[in-house]
Every structure is written in structure tokens, then in C-alpha cells.
Design a binder for this molecule. Structure first.
Ligand SMILES: *[C@@H]1O[C@H](CO)[C@@H](O)[C@H](O)[C@H]1NC(C)=O
Ligand SMILES: *[C@@H]1O[C@H](CO)[C@@H](O)[C@H](O)[C@H]1NC(C)=O
Ligand SMILES: *[C@@H]1O[C@H](CO)[C@@H](O)[C@H](O)[C@H]1NC(C)=O
Ligand SMILES: *[C@@H]1O[C@H](CO)[C@@H](O)[C@H](O)[C@H]1NC(C)=O
Length: 237
């Protein structure tokens, strides 16, 4: 018997009920307001770490790098440093600095955390296996919604939470080239990994949006500490 020919008959009713659910899910796309306290973490704490992600570029490169994407990775289950949680590592987009096209801020931060967690002379000194497991307790904050490569990396890592600032729609509207798949869509298609990740955003977009607004809009103001240079690009002033 030709089993393949039977498949559509056998599975058609299932597919159609799945389609129905997919449509309903789309009508539930909105996610929590940015001021909501999710996982018992108040907005003020979210805002603190998002500002820290914004500040990562200034700390590691310049207050107005072209690719102003910054990431911080935080342990919110560790209160030894206070109620805000404990910073594990930071990262910024390193494409231009090291010539590696996949080093978006999120990937750079994940690399950085891995090396910090497994450094045998560092304070964690985890084995590779322990480091992999450690991500399930960590939250990743990134000031721009992740591209699908990074959103996938975030799910492979199994972060407890992923929090973004500027939405991918805004990034596209601002003129950035982008692969048009939202993080929500990437997360929606991941149901067979053993880990779960919360998705929260946009958070503090009123402060993250301007960091990405000047690159393709000559009328947009430069971030603080920068001014338009001779080529019209915002430069450290
Ligand atoms: C995060 O905090 C929890 C609770 O203190 C701790 O068990 C875990 O080892 C911490 N993980 C990292 C990577 O700091
Ligand atoms: C890695 O994270 C640490 C801790 O936040 C930070 O001091 C360091 O500059 C980061 N390194 C890179 C390459 O981003
Ligand atoms: C790190 O862990 C390894 C393996 O458990 C151990 O041999 C080593 O002494 C530790 N390093 C430090 C600095 O404690
Ligand atoms: C951005 O909005 C948040 C509330 O969502 C507010 O707390 C914050 O002060 C605003 N930032 C600026 C620079 O106005």
C-alpha cells in the first residue's frame, strides 16, 4: 500500500484543527505590558538591567557604535549581591571589531558567560556540563529584539528568561536589514527542547529605540556623548 498517499487523508483533520489553533494563537500575540512584574521581578529591576545593556557599548567600545546592540546576562535567583540579582557577564556586537559575522551582542555575551563560568581560575570554575546547565537559571537582557539566529541561540542555551528592548518591527522600520522572523515566532516553533524560556518585551523601548534610530535617519539626534561627524555619522564627542 502507498502509505504516502494515505497520509493526507489520515492527517487532514488534524492539520485543519491545528490551523485553527494557530489562528487563535496569532490573535494572542500581544505580550505583557512592559511595566508588569513578571516572575516577581518589578519593572524597576528590568529597567535597571536594560539600561545596563544600553551602557555595555559605552563600557566596551563607544557610547554610539553603529551596531549599538548590548546584552547582559543576570542571575535573578542569586540575591547575594542584592535584590537586583547578580550580573554574570555582558557582551556587545563584535562583528566589526573581530571580523566575525555571527558575533551579535547575544552570541558575544553567551560566549563570554561560557568562558567566565568555565574559567578554572575564576569564581565559578564549572565543568562544561555544569556550565550548560547553568543557563537555565539565567536571564538574558538585550536592548534590541534578537534576530532569529540569536533567538535560536537563546533557546538552545535554555535561558530562564529572555528580555528585549526595541522590537524587531521597530528595528526594521528604522531601516536596519533584518531577517523578518520575530522571537515570538522562533519560540513558538520550539516545543521539543527540554528547557522553557520566558519571553518579555519590549521593555524600556523609549530608551533603547533612540540608540538604533540615528543610523538611517540623518534628522535623528545622536545618543548622549556623541555628535554628527563630518560623514554625518554619530561619533564620540
Ligand atoms: C544562580 O543563583 C543560584 C541561586 O543562588 C545558584 O544556585 C546558581 O549556581 C547561580 N548560577 C550562576 C551561574 O551564578
Ligand atoms: C565579559 O563580561 C565581563 C563581566 O561583565 C566584562 O567585564 C567583560 O568586559 C566582558 N568581555 C567581553 C569580551 O565582552
Ligand atoms: C577548578 O576545578 C577543578 C576541578 O574540580 C580543580 O581541580 C581546580 O583546582 C579548581 N580551580 C580552582 C582555582 O579552585
Ligand atoms: C521610559 O519609560 C519608562 C516607563 O516605561 C519610564 O520609567 C522611564 O523614565 C522612561 N525614560 C525616559 C528617559 O523618559
Amino acid at each position: 500500500m502507498n502509505f504516502k498517499a494515505l497520509l493526507p487523508i489520515l492527517f487532514w483533520p488534524v492539520a485543519s484543527s491545528h490551523e485553527h489553533h494557530a489562528r487563535r494563537a496569532q490573535s494572542q500575540d500581544p505580550i505583557a505590558a512592559d511595566t508588569a512584574s513578571i516572575n516577581n521581578i518589578p519593572f524597576s529591576t528590568r529597567a535597571y538591567w536594560m539600561r545596563r545593556a544600553n551602557a555595555a557599548s559605552a563600557e566596551l567600545a563607544s557610547p554610539c557604535p553603529f551596531a549599538a546592540f548590548g546584552t547582559v546576562i543576570v542571575n535573578h535567583t542569586d540575591s547575594s549581591k542584592g535584590a537586583l540579582g547578580k550580573l554574570v557577564c555582558i557582551g556587545i556586537n563584535e562583528n566589526g571589531r573581530v571580523g566575525n559575522p555571527v558575533l551579535h551582542g547575544e552570541i558575544a555575551a553567551i560566549n563570554n558567560c561560557s568562558s567566565i563560568l568555565t574559567n578554572s581560575a575564576g569564581s565559578y570554575n564549572l565543568t562544561a556540563g555544569e556550565a550548560l546547565d547553568a543557563f537555565a537559571k539565567l536571564s538574558i537582557y538585550t536592548n534590541g529584539e534578537s534576530c532569529p539566529m540569536c533567538a535560536s541561540a537563546i533557546r538552545w542555551a535554555g535561558f530562564r528568561e529572555y528580555i528585549y528592548g526595541t522590537s524587531i518591527d521597530t528595528i526594521i522600520e528604522q531601516g536596519w536589514g533584518q531577517i523578518r522572523i520575530s522571537s515570538l515566532e522562533v519560540f513558538r516553533r520550539l516545543f521539543d527542547l527540554s528547557t522553557q524560556s520566558g519571553l518579555i518585551g519590549p521593555i524600556l523601548a523609549n530608551e533603547t529605540d533612540p540608540l538604533f534610530a540615528w543610523q538611517f535617519d540623518p534628522a535623528a539626534p545622536c545618543p548622549e556623548g556623541c555628535a554628527r561627524g563630518r560623514m554625518g555619522v554619530c561619533e564620540n564627542s
